[in-house]
Design a protein around this ligand. Structure first.
Ligand code: NAD
Length: 377
């Protein structure tokens, strides 16, 4: 009997036997509703996924007294990627800072060393009229903000309250924070941004406040040094106040923006508005091993929680980013993204992106439509 040619033997990819581990942390407010839809979409892809869920934020505080219980942190540590809903609710505003739901996200970023936050701002053509800018300014917009996430003024020590002993108001109560960046911290985020720019339009805009802040001048000097390893990428520098203006004046002039924690926080929300709805924007937070936490840019929206009106697309698109950046499944990621395009092209809209002539649907129906569009590909 003739033996088959080796090329005709179809051994399954051994790696496909190892499930990709995803921790799902739904959180508070609309978090459970939107993560449910994203998991529904992931499961429709027929990949070898192992999905495990754990409480985080206010929900975890209610259950365990801790917004980031050890068991949740351990699950996150041993997962390839984390799909995160959102945390926070005004009802927890009176708690000590250490117990507030937001501490969970800060803790996860710190514990997993998620230093790079990638926030694409893409204006889907169907939604260009929902932007606060004129459609011609945003149609075709596709920019990426790379924000440093674990340093800068949000984490700098010392910080606190005290009685001023010097300065302009000696003897008065005062509060203070510290902005500091170490050179390796700037180098690694700059490298991540140059590499991202290399894969896109080849242009990087460094945003800082080097005319005023010592930290910013040091940041800029370091970015210029790192640029020597990426001569093929065009580098420009912009002060943050100017960047805030240019984002609404001529947003399509940007390709990739790299910036520190504080400026990135603000600019990425501004960029979010250009795209029509905060309910459309995914984000990725990565560490050096490319383990990542994926979450929508928006918060827990307690005002609309439990009403089946939240837009799940930012979370579904975050799942696509997860497949691309942490799970090495770029085709599956692209399938989700085109399914979302198809659904938008068919005229389905959640309340936040609804306009006349389109069809309003709820959270679950939007998730079902994306699953159906995956099947139609
Ligand atoms: P938010 O993003 O939750 O909501 C702002 C507005 O956008 C609200 O009107 C809300 O209804 C709407 N919105 C947000 N997501 C939406 C979606 N998917 N579909 C339709 N509409 C949507 O911001 P906020 O109101 O300032 O904060 C609410 C809570 O969320 C606070 O407790 C805050 O601390 C928390 N928060 C959490 C995160 C996070 O978990 N990463 C981020 C930001 C805010």
């Amino acid at each position: 009997m003739a033996h088959p040619h080796p090329a005709d033997l179809h051994f399954p990819n051994p790696l496909s036997y190892i499930p990709m581990k995803i921790a799902v942390l739904p959180g508070d407010g609309i978090g459970p509703e939107i993560t449910t839809e994203a998991v529904k979409v992931l499961k429709a892809l027929d990949l070898n996924l192992q999905v495990e869920q754990a409480p985080v934020g206010g929900a975890a505080y209610q259950e365990t007294g801790d917004p980031l219980p050890e068991s949740t942190l351990n699950l996150a540590r041993r997962s390839d990627a984390i799909l995160f809903g959102a945390v926070g609710d005004w009802k927890y505003d009176q708690l000590d800072r250490a117990l507030r739901p937001e501490q969970a996200i800060l803790g996860l970023r710190r514990q997993l060393r998620l230093f790079a936050n990638l926030r694409p701002a893409i204006c889907h053509d169907e939604l260009k009229n929902a932007s606060s800018l004129r459609p011609e300014l945003v149609s075709g917009l596709d920019l990426l903000i790379v924000r440093e996430l674990t340093g800068g003024i949000y984490f700098g020590e010392p910080r606190g309250r005290r009685t001023a002993t010097d300065g302009r108001f000696p003897g008065a109560p005062e509060a203070f924070d510290t902005m500091r960046y170490a050179r390796p911290e700037i180098e690694r985020i700059a490298r991540m941004a140059f590499e991202a720019a290399r894969l896109r339009g080849g242009k990087l805009t460094n945003v800082d406040k080097a005319n005023v802040l010592e930290t910013s001048q040091f940041w800029r000097d370091t970015v210029i040094d790192v640029h020597k390893s990426y001569p093929d990428v065009e580098l420009e520098h912009m002060y943050v106040d100017n960047a805030a203006m240019q984002l609404v004046r001529k947003p399509k002039a940007f390709d990739v923006i790299v910036t520190g924690n504080l400026f990135g926080d603000i600019l990425s929300d501004e960029a979010a508005m250009l795209t029509g709805s905060i309910g459309m924007l995914p984000s990725a937070s990565l560490n050096e091993k490319k383990q990542g936490l994926y979450e929508p840019v928006h918060g827990s929206a307690p005002d609309i929680a439990g009403q089946d009106v939240a837009n799940p697309l930012a979370t579904i698109l975050s799942a696509a980013l997860m497949l691309r950046h942490s799970l090495q499944q770029p085709e599956a990621a692209a399938r989700i993204e085109s399914a979302v395009d198809l659904v938008l092209a068919s005229g389905l809209r959640t309340a936040d992106i609804f306009s006349e002539g389109t069809t309003r649907v709820g959270t679950q129906a939007m998730g079902d439509a994306v699953v159906a569009a995956l099947g139609a590909q």
